[in-house]
Write a protein that binds this ligand. Structure first.
Ligand code: NAD
Length: 367
């Protein structure tokens, strides 16, 4: 039975988890640890936690569940420390680290001899923001929340956690820690390496070609958004998943070499197929099933950059349920923006398309 939750690390992830836990369990006591004063004060002021400390050991013995939401290396240090502390009978320990194998290995080494119950967790949502100031109750909505059971995990761990975390509205999934680190190296860790490489390359190039900064528009922005992430977190991710990330880097170099070769040999058809394969593969991926719902329906409306355009479109759609709305603007003031609206079903999509076509001069495209 979980009644007292101890969240160590009141940053973006720890504070957002606390808000999500409170949503379905307002009667639980939430205690917090944070090294720095700022996030501790914000978490107390906003009622994210009931009490807070800067001494990790202070609340550990009172908790039914301990959530380690600090950087990976610190998570490993806290696991070692927990093995030496007097903890409550039946306490469940988990973490939020972005790589899992190193953490699970630490749990197996230090917690198994103490018969302590541990399961690795990775909430697969986040942002480049940090600290309790960025806490967001909806951060994990529809996101995968991964559990990586190990030798230290007891049977009750997953049912207890899925109950505790029901208010996150996340999608819980269980995988092996090693497999987790392989898959995330491809879709998360390596893309961060690429985004920062691209940014660094553009930065150097801009020294001799200053217009680089002006011409960097939508495509470049989409590719490099994650280069704004906190460097400390990404350093520890690379340091704790080196083998998989190095494999991804080597494999990618080969892919770049293949493109270079096609370009040198003027292999136009090869280059076309290279782009076509990327386009088709992306369409097949879950990226297109936004928010985890299987079949969303998108409409793209080419709208002029004029006052009240979006309001006008939304007014026409009154009564039709809109799932998502996004403006894909270009970095030019004289070009039309593309308004992308997502509907729940085909009927809503077709009704919306008809209304906009009939009552405006905007061009409408369906996905
Ligand atoms: P954050 O920077 O917002 O918060 C990190 C917290 O750890 C802060 O409270 C900070 O005070 C504390 N901390 C940092 N170094 C410490 C140290 N040496 N000793 C004690 N406390 C220390 O970061 P976050 O985004 O909340 O990340 C926390 C964990 O969640 C990390 O393990 C990260 O890998 C994981 N995670 C992050 C994301 C993301 O996108 N931000 C997503 C999923 C998982």
């Amino acid at each position: 039975m979980t009644k007292t939750v101890y969240i160590a690390g009141l940053g973006l992830i720890g504070s957002s988890l606390a808000l999500g836990i409170r949503r379905d369990h307002p009667d639980y006591r939430i205690l917090g640890y944070n090294r720095g004063e700022a996030s501790r004060s914000i978490a107390l002021e906003k009622g994210i936690v009931d009490e807070a400390t800067d001494d990790f050991a202070h609340f550990a013995g009172q908790a039914d569940l301990i959530f380690l939401c600090v950087p990976i290396q610190q998570t490993i240090d806290f696991i070692k420390q927990l093995a030496t502390l007097e903890l409550k009978e039946g306490v469940l320990i988990t973490d939020a680290g972005s790589t899992k194998q190193a953490i699970v290995e630490a749990a197996e080494t230090y917690l198994v001899p103490k018969q302590l119950n541990f399961i690795g967790s990775h909430p697969m949502a986040g942002s480049h923001k940090s600290g309790a100031i960025a806490a967001d109750i909806n951060l994990f909505e529809n996101a995968y929340f991964i559990f990586t059971p190990c030798k230290a995990t007891k049977k009750d761990a997953i049912p207890r956690l899925t109950d505790l975390l029901s208010g996150l509205h996340a999608r819980f999934i269980e995988i092996d820690a090693k497999e987790h680190d392989y898959v995330t190296s491809q879709v998360s860790h390596f893309p961060h390496v690429l985004a920062s490489s691209l940014m660094n390359q553009a930065g150097s190039y801009a020294v001799d070609h200053p217009l680089t900064n002006n011409f960097a528009a939508g495509g470049f922005r989409d590719m490099t958004r994650i280069a704004e992430s906190e460097p400390g977190m990404w350093t520890s991710i690379l340091m704790t998943n080196p083998t998989s990330i190095l494999e991804r880097i080597e494999e990618f170099k080969e892919r770049l070499d293949q493109v270079a070769e096609m370009l040198k040999t003027r292999d136009e058809s090869g280059i076309w197929h290279f782009f076509e394969q990327g386009r088709l593969t992306r369409k097949e991926m879950e990226i297109h099933k936004r928010g985890g719902v299987d079949s969303f329906y998108d409409i793209f409306i080419s709208v002029p950059d004029e006052e009240d355009t979006i309001l006008k479109v939304l007014e026409l759609l009154r009564g039709i349920s809109v799932v998502n709305l996004r403006i894909n603007e270009e970095n030019r003031s004289d070009i039309n923006g593309i308004l992308q609206i997502t509907f729940k079903n085909k009927e809503d999509l077709e009704k919306a398309a008809r209304l906009i076509r009939e009552q405006t001069s905007y061009q409408v495209y369906l996905d």
